[in-house]
Design a protein around this ligand. Structure first.
Ligand code: GLU
Length: 354
């Protein structure tokens, strides 16, 4: 390990100040899907990790390291997005020679596919979906063999959201109703299908609409839909926002249905949503949850993945600051609910911490 000199610190500080003056931190402007290049100045695309790339005693970049890392999240009104942007920022600022960017996406299923195809290098996904992908079952035609596990973070509760006046008081009430089932290719969509089935319904029995959390929330508010499935950590931005202006209700799952779900699919656990999860709620909601986790491409060399893992676990305060669920990332629970094999670089980091 090298000791950093004061001269180096000075140069680093100066370069960071210059980068800040030069029009944004890169990952913020690229964090959204559609505001890229708002500054328009040349050089913006280089304002990421390369300028501030070195770190306190980190491994030097290897020749085979992947220089540009895309971290797939979910829709902007979810929890993956703020957390993923923070995780990318940590990598960008601390891994030598690497630029990392958190981007919004359709979430778990499409994230797993895109990672497998080499279109991205890191992604947040549900542990159930990561498993289905690795095994090539359910929505996946064949095993996705090019990603591995990194860490699990927090429970993502299946929230069936409605507003006062729709008459939706149980899952069975959804028959014939207009229901948002998540974005196309989301984990939410998969959970919605399984939950309907566990309650004796199918997607054909409802008027299903593929909407991301933000659109589902707006449509609930405007009375265009009756309910929405949301698989995400609480508080979920979209529901929080809706609860500030509408009388939001979360619907309880039935115990028998939850039992059969947990029996059929390994990764559901029973997890109630506390009454203080959102404004103006006065009772707990009975539901199930899966785990949010991070996966990484097997194209990332072992020593680079070790370094990525190290910088994340050494900057946990930044993850916690991005969203309250980020507080749950901890090395002690990183393998709880892990549904697939760990990346060798992650495994070697955990082995060292024993
Ligand atoms: N778990 C959700 C999904 O894969 C995304 C959650 C989020 O964006 O926070 O559909």
């Amino acid at each position: 390990m090298r000791k950093i000199s004061w001269l180096f610190v000075l140069v680093l500080t100066l370069s960071l100040v210059l980068a800040a003056c030069g029009g944004g931190s890169g990952e913020d402007s690229e964090g959204g899907t559609d505001d890229e290049g708002s500054g328009g100045e040349e050089g913006t695309e280089e304002s990421g990790g390369d300028s501030g790339g070195s770190d306190d005693g980190g491994t030097e970049a290897g020749e085979d390291w992947v220089e540009n890392i895309t971290l797939l999240t979910g829709g902007e009104a979810g929890v993956y997005f703020p957390l993923g942007v923070a995780l990318a920022d940590i990598i960008d600022a601390n891994v030598d020679g690497v630029t990392a960017t958190g981007v919004s996406s359709g979430a778990s299923v499409t994230n797993a596919e895109q990672l497998n195809n080499g279109e991205a290098q890191l992604a947040l996904v549900q542990n159930d979906i990561a498993y289905f992908g690795a095994e090539g079952i359910n929505m996946f035609d064949s095993p996705l063999e090019n990603y591995s596990g990194m860490f699990t973070i927090y429970p993502e509760t299946i929230q069936l959201v409605t507003v006062e006046g729709t008459g939706v008081e149980s899952v069975s009430d959804l028959e014939g109703m207009r229901v948002a089932i998540g974005d196309v290719g989301s984990g939410t969509e998969a959970n919605a299908t399984q939950i309907l089935e566990a309650h004796g319904l199918s997607v054909e029995d409802i008027n299903a609409q593929s909407l991301d959390f933000a659109d589902a929330s707006t449509n609930l508010q405007d009375g265009n839909i009756d309910a929405a499935f949301v698989t995400a950590g609480t508080p979920t931005g979209a529901i929080q926002e809706l609860s500030a202006s509408a009388d939001v209700r979360l619907v309880n799952m039935e115990q028998d249905a939850m039992d059969s779900l947990m029996e059929e699919y390994n990764y559901y656990v029973q997890q109630d949503i506390p009454s203080d999860a959102y404004e103006n709620f006065d009772s707990e909601t009975t539901t199930v949850a899966v785990q949010a986790m991070m996966i990484g491409s097997n194209d990332i060399p072992e020593d680079q993945m070790h370094e990525i893992t190290r910088v994340i676990f050494e900057n946990l305060d930044e993850v916690a600051n991005a969203h309250v669920r980020g507080e749950e990332l901890s090395i002690d629970t990183a393998e709880d609910g892990m549904s697939i094999d760990l990346h060798p670089g992650v495994q070697s980091y955990y082995d060292e911490q024993q």
